[in-house]
Design a protein around this ligand. Structure first.
Ligand code: 9YW
Length: 408
């Protein structure tokens, strides 16, 4: 175990850029939003200073409207290193940093709270709290519908780009005619990444959103259980943070309870949460593991939690091996293609946290699988859930960081 931890820290040191951490040296050479949250959670265990710097660097690029962009571009990295880069997004944060204009699941308040728990520093908490609140306010103001659920406007906002849950709404998106060069496939086999057609649609959606000044949702508008869970988990963490700071925790707690009830009312069915198309109101039924992540929610009704756990055991093989990103019995399951089946450590980590209180025995099994995965495959981006063969890039930061946290 000490050897795994040492190797993980070595990866994090190698990916450290002086003020933030790249997810991967070659594939993802900038700062990514939810990656930084997961990285901070791991860094809190061996270098709280870096954990705080990581979050502060990200929030340094927060927009005036409160949004935290999904990528903060490193000005020292050439445009050609990653597509779509700053020339595509054409926008800067008030700090002057070039950023993207979309967001990612808001797991940052959870990260900030865990950083504080590892290293109780009220100055850090006091500084980051208003920024975390502003991040949530942006989501409520810009992304909340009358049913109380948040909408994402791009598959990249889900963090699970080519999830099978997006197949139906994406099929309705006109692919871009713009000519572009994908850089991801320079580093990873094309068969392990989204398809060219997926990319032509991602680019069309991002360009359309950009052209409204990053204000109006276009063809893709969905309510994702993972994104909404992250938002609610953030309110729960903000309640804890508020209590430490002498602020009122009650509004955060109430918000978390109400949003949980809205999720159960609108996204839950057949033992799993499913995304929903905000334009049509239709459920986007799929075998995506995003539907298990609401186990994180403290006020989830027990009957729903029990049904999710049964699904995790029966359909996602919980206890038998690492969590697949898509249920192996689903027709779209592909054990090696990105978010359509491979096991990702961040999803396993979120499930681990969600199971700790309700089913410590199963939480233990998830933690053991995370460690077995990195022992066998190294800190790969994702692995085949049956063979544990590594896929995607190597030395992936959140795989290392979350393994450190699980071992702590
Ligand atoms: C891309 C950095 C990001 C993650 C996302 C993942 C991928 C970017 O990499 O998206 O170029 O496809 O899907 O969750 O934050 O690790």
């Amino acid at each position: 175990m000490i050897a795994v931890r040492r190797r993980a820290v070595r990866v994090l040191l190698a990916n450290w850029e002086g003020g933030h951490t790249v997810p991967s040296r070659r594939l993802y050479p900038h700062q990514w939003s939810w990656d930084s949250a997961f990285i901070a959670i791991g860094n809190a265990r061996w270098s709280p200073r870096r954990a705080k710097m990581e979050l502060q660097a990200l929030f340094g690029a927060q927009w005036r409207d409160g949004r935290v962009p999904h990528i903060v571009f490193n000005p020292r990295v050439p445009e050609e290193a990653y597509f779509p880069g700053p020339r595509f997004w054409r926008v800067r944060a008030p700090s002057g940093a070039a950023t993207s204009g979309i967001v990612q699941p808001p797991v940052h308040a959870l990260a900030a709270w865990r950083v504080y728990r590892a290293d109780p520093d009220p100055v850090f908490l006091r500084r980051i709290y208003p920024r975390l609140v502003a991040q949530q306010e942006f989501l409520r103001a810009a992304r909340r519908g009358p049913d109380g659920l948040l909408v994402i406007v791009h598959p990249w906002e889900s963090g699970m780009d080519n999830s099978p849950a997006w197949d139906v709404p994406l099929a309705a998106v006109e692919p871009t005619r713009m000519v572009f060069i994908r850089r991801d496939v320079d580093h990873v086999a094309a068969a392990e990444r989204p398809t060219d057609l997926d990319y032509a649609r991602y680019v069309a959606l991002a360009a359309a959103y950009r052209d409204t000044g990053y204000r109006e949702a276009g063809a893709f508008a969905v309510q994702d259980p993972l994104f909404n869970t992250a938002y609610i988990a953030a309110e729960t963490a903000l309640a804890e943070i508020a209590a430490v700071l002498g602020e009122d925790p009650v509004p955060h707690r109430r918000e978390a309870e109400e949003a949980t009830a809205a999720m159960v009312a609108h996204l839950y069915g057949d033992g799993l949460f499913h995304a929903r198309d905000a334009h049509t109101g239709k459920p986007l039924a799929s075998g995506s593991a995003a539907g298990l992540i609401p186990l994180l929610l403290p006020t989830l009704p027990d009957a729903v939690a029990d049904a999710l756990i049964a699904t995790a055991v029966n359909r996602f093989r919980l206890g038998l091996g690492p969590l697949p990103s898509c249920a192996p019995d689903a027709p779209e399951f592909d054990p090696t293609r990105y978010w359509r089946g491979p096991s990702w450590i961040n999803l396993a980590w979120l499930l681990w946290r969600g199971l700790r209180r309700r089913r410590p025995d199963l939480a233990e099994a998830v933690a053991a699988d995370i460690i077995r995965t990195v022992q066998q495959a190294g800190f790969r981006e994702y692995v085949d859930p049956f063979t544990l063969t590594g896929h995607g890039c190597e030395d992936f930061s959140w795989s290392a960081a979350l393994a450190v946290d699980v071992l702590a």
